[in-house]
Design a binder for this molecule. Structure first.
Ligand code: LMR
Length: 393
């Protein structure tokens, strides 16, 4: 039986981690998987999280089961950051903890399917796992173009997609810091998107995986809130893996926004059943650490400061790259200064991407995506020189 299985290609992004590790060059540059790095190239545990973890060690008296919904203290503590001044939206929001943003996206897609959604529209390029999750859950992915060649969002493609959608369609959007392009909708565009969803009445699924790493905590969810203010129902997938640096601890949340509070118990019971069948219960530790941070004023401030520092550093890298626009003609590096988050797409050929790796030790995704957080004062000039070399002539 098992010998009938055909070998699958390893996940290309995760395979890059191994290739990079095996490269003996001291000046190699890792721009692959999406983790934040400091100016020294490190991905340290947040100071606020370390303190919270210490408190957990000192005070946690049981690791007994919590249930498929996980730590609801964590889920509730996040709500004001996502939903704003009325974090329950008049009692229309309920949430649960999930294993990372992936778990949240999976629940969103599976719940949408259980509710009768048959197809999900997805702007491309997107995070490759979106399409994999859709396929695994058994929903058709219908694609539209996310960004235009000039580095701005293709708002017309999205509005047309919503206008033409069937009643049983949903649309999956990145809330901020689009992965892989870094191209976000502007506030004015989000207002039009919100109106389009409201007119059409189809289900929005909003994936917020890099909250606070674009323009700011409030700014990064302003678009999501505009949509939520206009639509009767929505699903939100949220990740704390990046904005709390908890990657391998797998910390996510899934929020369901119902037409009315009375609908929530049935909706939540379906999400619980799906979670139970998928992972039974989410891993506790990271969510408990986030709850500890967000329910303590001092730790919250420390976390906010850490997030500010990360965002400011990535802005500086983006500014440096944008300023190098003339040094590498044809790549539109200037647009990177306007984009958000960890990622940007460079229009390099497959051969040029291989040369970046083989000739210069620069590891980037095969799609042309770079993680700008992998760049810092010590390696950015080398990176720009490598780009100039592979694109010359
Ligand atoms: C990425 O896109 O690099 C991250 O979201 C990590 C992942 O799981 O793919």
């Amino acid at each position: 039986m098992l010998d009938q299985l055909e070998a699958q290609a390893p996940d290309a992004l995760l395979a890059l981690i191994k290739m990079y590790a095996q490269d003996p060059r001291d000046d190699k540059i890792d721009l692959g998987v999406g983790v934040y790095r400091t100016n020294d190239g490190a991905t340290p545990v947040f100071r606020s999280i370390k303190s919270a973890e210490q408190r957990l060690v000192d005070t946690q008296d049981s690791k007994s089961y919590l249930g498929p919904e996980g730590d609801l203290g964590f889920v509730d503590a996040l709500k004001p950051y996502v939903f704003g001044a009325d974090p329950t939206m008049g009692g229309r929001v309920e949430g649960m903890q999930t294993p990372g943003g992936t778990g949240a996206v999976r629940l969103a897609v599976a719940l949408a399917k259980a509710a009768g959604v048959t197809r999900i529209h997805l702007g491309v390029p997107s995070w490759p796992n979106h399409a994999q999750i859709l396929q695994d859950v058994g929903l058709e992915a219908v694609t539209f173009q996310h960004a235009k060649a000039d580095g701005a969002a293709d708002i017309d493609a999205l509005l047309q997609t919503i206008a033409d959608a069937r009643d049983t369609d949903a649309v999956l959007l990145h809330g901020c810091c689009h992965n892989p392009s870094g191209v976000d909708y502007t506030e004015a565009q989000w207002a039009r998107i919100a109106d389009a969803f409201a007119d059409k009445g189809i289900l929005p699924i909003l994936d917020v995986a890099y909250h606070g790493l674009g323009q700011g905590l409030e700014e990064d969810v302003a678009g999501v809130r505009k949509v939520l203010a206009k639509v009767p129902e929505a699903l939100v997938a949220y990740s704390c893996d990046k904005n709390f640096g908890l990657y391998r601890d797998r910390v996510g949340a899934f929020y369901m926004i119902a037409k009315q509070a009375a609908d929530l118990p049935a909706i939540v019971s379906n999400a619980n059943a799906l979670a139970r069948a998928n992972w039974s219960m989410p891993p506790d530790h990271g969510g408990a650490a986030v709850r500890t941070v967000l329910t303590d004023e001092e730790l919250t401030q420390q976390w906010l400061d850490e997030l500010d520092e990360m965002r400011a550093r990535m802005r500086r890298v983006r500014e440096r790259l944008a300023a190098a626009d003339n040094e590498v003609p044809g790549l539109n590096l200037a647009a990177l200064g306007e984009q958000n988050g960890l990622f940007a797409m460079l229009p390099l050929t497959k051969e040029q991407i291989v040369r970046m790796r083989e000739d210069h030790g620069v590891y980037m995704a095969g799609s042309g995506r770079i993680n700008v957080a992998g760049l810092h004062a010590g390696n950015t000039d080398k990176f720009i020189a490598a780009l100039a070399d592979v694109t010359a002539g």
